[in-house]
Design a protein around this ligand. Sequence first.
Ligand code: BYC
Ligand code: FE
Ligand code: FE
Length: 483
Amino acid sequence: MADLINVSYDTQIPNNVGLSSDKRVLKALEKWHPGYIDWWNDLIPEQFQLSDIYLRTAVSVDPKGWAKFDYVKMPDYRWGILLAPQVEDRKIPFGEHKGEPAWQEVPGEYRALLRRLIVIQADTEPASVEQQKFLGKTAPSMYDMRNLFQVNVEEGRHLWAMVYLLQKYFGADGREEAHELLRRSSGSEDAPRMLGAFNEATPDWLSFFMFTYFTDRDGKMQLEALAQSGFDPLSRTCRFMLTEEAHHMFVGETGVGRTIQRTCEAMNEAGITNPYDIDKIRALGVIDLPTIQKKMNLHYTLSLDLFGQEISTNAANAFNNGIKGRYMENRLEDDHQLQNDTYPVHSVVGDKIVSEDVPALTAINMRLRDDYVRDAAGGVGRWNKIIKKNGIDFALIIPHEGFHRQIGVFSKVSISPEGNIISQAEWDANVGNWLPNKADGDFIASLMVPCFEKGEYAGWIAPPKVGIDNKPGDFEYVKLYEA
Ligand code: BYC
Ligand code: FE
Ligand code: FE
């Protein structure tokens, strides 16, 4: 197939995969479409569905042309199926099939494994939109509201991307899975989303920023690993999704950074130097730094759980079979097969945390998590620079990998943020200082008042340094119409 760069609009579903000549898949997607639109319309409050929002839409997948900005009503957003251009003669880059031509069809023996990974990836996308569904109502500015909805429509598109793979390559059970993706729902009792973090609430905007910084970054790492896949359509889909992911993490990093900036400014204006003078700081209408640390502790650790067990035969198989690779696989200098390699993994032995070398194949999840931790540390360092620049004596600290874990070797013990194994009683006595407690949540909720005047910002957050698409500070990012 020739490289398709420009998106074609000759069917209801914009795409660069030649849908108009693929009648079977087109029909299946057209059948799925109304359910998707219903899901979207039931989710996002009507007031926002009617509004014109300054969104970017992909109209081409080449590096310069894919982001076109214009006012769009969200239900009219062109959710498209966009794959990165096919690399000619692409070879499977790792595992036992390394060097063989990349698969253009699903390899029969790995069908179940591949489908499972695609379904899990797919499940997270609508889940995140569900978690964020009420945030529009308390947006701290129109700029932020626009960013929220940009993230939401793109997560919707990511669902389309995975549903396309299911419909095109997995026949009847792919259709069944596509259907189930619209049936499961975040936090539901009887049909919850598949992974833990995607059933948690995103109750306020600080959570939203932490989520897009830490949890969307798991998305980045997982997509990077899947972009290496020997199954070429999955690789191409993930490569294009990654271009959108960068903006989601930008929203998170700058959102937390602006929150910190405003807190520091308010402290300085009021002459408060002690960051632990919490009542006084809160009285200024800003979020104290220790509470920001607690929010970070929560979202960081929920995100660590998304990497699965440290030692996993699922992950070993996915690597060995050429289905899911490592972060930056192409830049790693080894045999890309890991038959004889080892990798250090922590475990709990008695009351000690020890490191042991295990076969590298089984430690693929751990390795990706280590790469994630390094990647996530960058922004935390930049947040600390903001605090320092404002002359306040405080630093955010990434907690120990064993703190507050539900999955893996640390899930059975209690560990402090510093990495000490502690008793249940000690955990219970301190958890309110380490993770957001009820009073913290209530306080943050009290600040979540909408600020819908163009160019204005709620008191707890600083304006951004630059506008979206280089727009000036008073740009009308959302034209709000009453329902
Ligand atoms: N919660 O052998 P293990 C994103 C299950 S985020 C609940 O370690 P594996 C996004 C596991 O399923 C990226 N269950 O599993 C971000 C398994 O169950 P079964 C999403 C969990 O497969 C923001 C069992 O425990 N994409 O895109 O090695 C906004 C044994 O575990 C959890 C992907 O994750 C958990 N946290 O590793 C929007 C990529 N962890 O099958 C979007 C696809 C594990 O034995 N998924 N379990 O019943 C994968 O690569 C892997 O499935 C995982 C788990 C890395 C998630
Ligand atoms: Fe996504
Ligand atoms: Fe994302």
